[in-house]
Write a new protein. Structure first.
Lengths: 628, 431
């Protein structure tokens, strides 16, 4: 094939990120007279409007037939430069973006000369590759306006509502028998002051009234597969075992009482139960507790139903779980009156008149912060707990009066306007003690009191003993694991939560195309932040679903039937099932191909190329890179 | 002119919201009061916790906004009137005169070269100067000159130097009327003016040496500029005398968590940007000593605590105490503080002190828009837990630091959230 010989080469300084170590002028010098190169330039920020304009002007004025940009990682700006070329009338796939920042200046900052030499090799290889580049066309993928949202907590509901209102069909899948998630368990919430139950009610109303949202509760995900535009999720809907309308009276006749998980066992519920504030109204029978006495007129013959739902996008809103302290951690499970913050939150909500626990009136409480956060096991800060703890303490004080409250903390992180809660706590006479993680507080029992021993940094290391009736552990958040993560192969961050592509550029997208994240499955958040991120995920979905199509890269396999001998090794290797043998030749189903290149690697006759990475291109670039 | 959505504010929130709406197929008008979009973010050095350079993230978004077929820019323009009639908003936008014809100017900078007037450059917070006719900064979008008539002495040199005859002293303010179906308010924040904290002896005038007001006491945005790839001196030098600062301190909560200044709120970003600046400073000046004076280190976001721990382990000093005052000794700032973990009263001398200033509200459009603010001037979403970007007016949404100080990841998420709410609303009212 005829080589391209009007290639423009653009070397970026990245404002010093590259040019402090790589001699960019030398890179330009080294390539500007190569036979395929028409022009080579350097610029302080190629990605800026001015930098992009340089390229566009050259394409128009010099009639470039290929472009090489040497700058940051293609992950950041390959699209930027492809779009610029497209706007100037050049096929965007004739742009090769190579990385001389992460791959050269940053890793070889100790040796500028070698960094420069490596940058030159990288750029030469790219020029060689572009010289043999073909005109490719992006693949247009039509998008059915349909999405799958996994998780029916506040984030999942917020996201479903936003999509439903925009006219998109939403399948909202919740594993527990009722919508609402963990937010409903929170008492009075900051900053708006409504209760968790009110918040859930409000969102449930909107979900119920939106004809575009289909809700599946008591629903387990059995399998999830597919890609952007064509996800398929099999959902097993477990039976509720109830028939017709079940009155509250009928429910009260159930003879079985078990600890109610909603109140962390502080209260009991029947084996048949429902939650008034949420959806659906239909009760459910807990078969682990039911004695099959038949008083509630049940239908034990109901079988699980499996349904398959489809969606162009999957949004994960699977939430978090509170950290469960280890036995003995600050006296947890050793002393009766050491409880966690979520339990304390429920205790305030269900107590009236006075605050009692285990039959004992609580007059003084110590809160210990950062339990299960900011330590070796969980390096991260759980973000919500400082404000949530102070908020819970303020509520307890408001509701029960006459409490002595002690906060044993590391840093109080009442960020933004939440600082006002911290201030209020001080005004209300709550006391604060700061501990050093090297010397954490110790909880002991003395008579009928618990003693919190703390070396308080605010009094310059004085050993202080605080006698209290109750110790509340301010526990952090952990990700709630779900099988769907592995089914869709979504990557995790170092902290165990789901990993977004980039916290600022693409905050709700995962590395798996079409799989988005919302709420606390991505990292600790309060409800304000969780609903904001849920709407943000809806916005990203809107850009595909409201518009109705996506444009995908053309980098898929290309089979040359003349070279193919029909051995079938590629069929074996293809993870997407995209290749079959017809009439003794391999045939590709383009819609299924993910462009992984596995087929090409095993083909003994080199009949399969990956578009954009043709054999001749790769060979020539390897030669060019090692050429001197 | 008719658009689907008006986005007010061309910072990262406004840009993100505009791009999302544009990508979903809606016509957007993005109005920015400054001559370029980019907001505060384009002025930053690198951003926590990933230490990506801010320019690497912001410039492509700015360029994308400028070239997006659905996003229309109106810079150096202010929203003056908003009236809701039925399902539409009628909006009057004032286009301020640049005294440079925007469609003629090619951003070559020749006018700047010949202009004899030098005034402090806003983009660098006065660390260096600019001319009376100037391009706001290298990466400006649009990259067009603007003439500052207040400082111009009408010598006419720029007019003669311009190869495109773009200078026009006779330009008048122009009122443009537009109609939109929804509005996103992304008007951002105002930086706390550090001179208001008298005890910290900050001077806006960087030429005053050997007075009480010490030019080696700078504020954090000035430090951002000194650390940025496009930094003013192409080196990290202290402004007072150009010396390499070998010992630098950060004073957190300047203008935040401080009732004496009327701002009890925490500004949410200062802890982390100071930790980040300390890291960048110790990378720039390898034997430099960095100390951070703090009350609580609020490293609460994803990856923040890990970042803070790393910087702490690298040897940056953290001293717990609210700085009482800053004095001067031989041109060096001296920090006077009680270390609240030891009770010791310290007097620590540094080459340079950075005041980690907070974020104040920017409520200037609240009356025009008819949406509520709290007593600190931040917009209050009435139903914040369920929908943090909605306002009491149907069809008006807020995003970013207009509602409360926040970092870039939270701002970007909120901007997209506002776009989602906007799309849902537009679909319901019919487009």
């Amino acid at each position: 094939m005829k080589e391209r010989n009007k290639i423009g080469v653009y070397v970026c300084h990245c404002g010093g990120n590259i040019s402090d170590y790589v001699d960019v002028k030398k890179v330009v010098e080294a390539v500007k007279d190569l036979p395929n190169v028409a022009v080579a330039r350097d610029f302080v920020f190629m990605c800026s409007e001015a930098g992009q304009n340089l390229i566009k002007e050259d394409i128009k004025n010099l009639g470039l037939d290929g472009v090489v940009v040497a700058s940051c990682s293609p992950h950041l700006h390959e699209k930027t430069f492809r779009n610029a070329a497209k706007e100037a009338g050049l096929n965007p796939y004739l742009v090769e973006h190579v990385c001389i920042r992460e791959h050269s200046s940053w890793v070889h900052s100790d040796n500028p000369e070698a960094a420069t030499q490596k940058a030159i090799w990288i750029v030469k290889a790219a020029i060689a590759k572009v010289s043999l580049a073909r005109d490719l066309e992006s693949i247009r993928l039509d998008m059915k306006p349909e999405a799958i949202v996994v998780g029916g907590g506040v984030a999942g509901m917020r996201c479903a509502i936003d999509l439903g209102r925009a006219g998109i069909t939403v399948h909202l899948i919740e594993k527990s028998p009722f919508l609402g998630g963990r937010a409903a368990q929170i008492g009075k919430m900051y900053p708006s002051g409504i209760s968790g139950i009110e918040l859930v009610k409000k969102l449930v109303e909107e979900v119920k009234n939106n004809p575009n949202i289909k809700v599946y509760t008591n629903a387990e995900i059995v399998s999830a597969e597919g890609a952007l535009g064509e996800f398929k999720v099999k959902v097993k809907i477990n039976p509720r075992y109830v028939k017709g309308n079940v009155s509250d009276d009928t429910i009260s006749q159930c003879p079985v009482e078990v600890p109610d998980e909603f109140n962390y066992g502080l209260t009991k519920r029947k084996a048949i139960y429902k939650r008034d504030f949420t959806y659906p109204d239909t009760p459910v029978i807990d078969m682990n507790a039911c004695t099959k006495c038949g008083k509630c007129n049940p239908d034990f013959n109901q079988k699980p139903k499996t349904v398959e739902v489809t969606g162009s996008i999957v949004i994960l809103a699977t939430g978090f779980k509170p950290y469960e302290p280890k036995e003995g951690e600050f006296g947890y499970k050793v002393y009766d009156n050491v409880i966690t913050l979520p339990v304390f939150d429920r205790l305030i909500s269900i107590s009236n008149g006075k605050l009692e626990y285990n039959g004992k009136e609580i007059r003084d409480i110590a809160f210990i912060y950062c339990v299960g956060s900011r330590n070796e096991e969980h390096e991260y800060c759980s973000r919500y707990c400082c404000v949530a703890t102070i908020n819970a303490a303020l509520q307890a004080l408001e509701k029960f009066g006459d409490l002595r409250v002690y906060h044993v903390y590391r840093d109080i992180r009442t960020y933004g306007k939440y600082e006002l809660y911290y201030e209020q706590a001080g005004r209300d006479g709550m006391l604060f003690f700061k501990y050093d993680p090297e010397n954490p507080p110790v909880v002991e029992r003395s008579g009928n009191k618990l003693i919190v021993k703390v070396k308080d940094l605010l009094t310059y290391g004085e050993e202080i003993e605080i006698p209290v009736d109750m110790v509340v552990l301010s526990v952090g958040m952990e990700p709630e694991m779900s099988d769907v993560f592995t089914m869709l192969r979504v990557p995790f961050s170092r902290d165990g939560f789901l990993q977004e592509v980039h916290p600022k550029l693409r905050p709700v997208e995962t590395a798996i195309g079409g799989v988005l994240v919302a709420g606390t499955c991505q990292g600790p958040k309060d409800t304000v932040e969780a609903t904001a991120s849920a709407s943000a995920a809806a916005a990203k979905a809107d850009t595909y679903l409201v518009k109705g199509y996506a444009e995908l890269e053309p980098f898929i396999a290309e089979i040359n039937p003349e070279k193919c001998d029909g051995c079938g090794e590629c069929v074996e290797e293809c993870p997407a099932g995209a290749i079959s043998i017809e009439n003794g030749k391999a045939v590709l189903k383009e819609a299924l191909c993910k462009g992984c290149g596995a087929c090409g690697a095993v083909c003994p006759t080199e009949a399969i190329n990956l578009r954009g990475y043709y054999y001749d291109q790769l060979r020539k670039s390897i030669e060019a890179a090692g050429g001197d | 002119m008719k658009y689907d959505v008006l986005v007010i504010g061309g910072g990262i929130a406004g840009i993100e919201a505009s791009l999302t709406l544009g990508d979903a197929g809606f016509e957007v008008l993005l109005v920015e009061k400054d001559p370029s979009i980019g907001g505060h973010m384009i002025q930053l050095s690198k951003v926590f916790p990933t230490t990506d350079c801010a320019g690497c993230i912001t410039t492509p978004k700015m360029a994308a906004a400028a070239s997006h077929p659905k996003v229309h820019l109106m810079t150096y323009s202010e929203v003056k009137e908003v009236q809701k009639t039925g399902k539409e908003f009628r909006v009057k936008v004032l286009k301020k005169p640049r005294y440079v014809e925007e469609d003629l100017c090619i951003g070559c900078g020749r006018c700047e070269e010949v202009c004899p007037v030098l005034v402090p450059r806003e983009f660098d917070y006065g660390i260096v100067g600019r001319k009376a006719v100037y391009i706001p900064f290298e990466m400006a979008v649009p990259k067009k000159a603007v003439l500052d008539l207040e400082h111009c002495m009408m010598c006419g040199r720029c007019e003669r130097a311009c190869p495109k005859d773009a200078i026009n002293f006779l330009q008048e303010p122009e009122e443009v009327e537009i109609t939109v179906k929804a509005i996103i308010v992304a008007t951002g924040y105002n930086l706390f003016p550090p001179e208001r904290k008298k005890e910290y002896s900050y001077t806006g005038n960087l030429t005053l040496i050997h007075t009480n007001l010490n030019p080696n006491i700078i504020h954090a945005m000035q430090m951002e500029r000194l650390l940025a790839p496009s930094r003013p001196y192409h080196a990290l030098l202290r402004p007072g005398d150009g010396k390499v600062p070998e010992r630098v301190a950060w004073v957190l909560c300047t203008g935040s968590r401080d009732k004496s200044l009327g701002n009890p709120l925490c500004s949410r970003v200062c802890c982390m940007y100071s930790v980040k600046q300390a890291l960048l400073y110790t990378s720039a000046i390898p034997f430099g000593e960095a100390a951070i004076y703090y009350m609580d280190i609020r490293a609460f976001g994803k990856g923040f605590e890990e970042f803070y721990t790393m910087v702490r382990d690298l040897g940056v000093y953290f001293i717990r105490g609210k700085v009482a005052r800053i004095e001067s000794r031989n041109g060096n700032p001296v920090v006077i503080v009680e270390d609240t973990e030891t009770g010791e009263i310290r007097e620590d001398e540094y080459d340079m002190v950075v005041l980690s200033v907070g974020l104040l509200s920017n409520p200037e459009l609240s009356e025009i828009l008819g949406i509520d603010t709290n007593s600190y001037g931040f917009y209050v979403p009435p139903d914040e837990n369920a929908n943090p970007v909605a306002t009491k007016v149907d069809g008006i949404f807020v995003a970013g630091t207009a509602t409360c100080p926040k970092d870039i990841p939270d701002t970007v998420a909120e901007a997209a959230a506002a776009a989602a709410q906007c799309i849902a609303y537009l679909k319901e009212v019919g487009t």
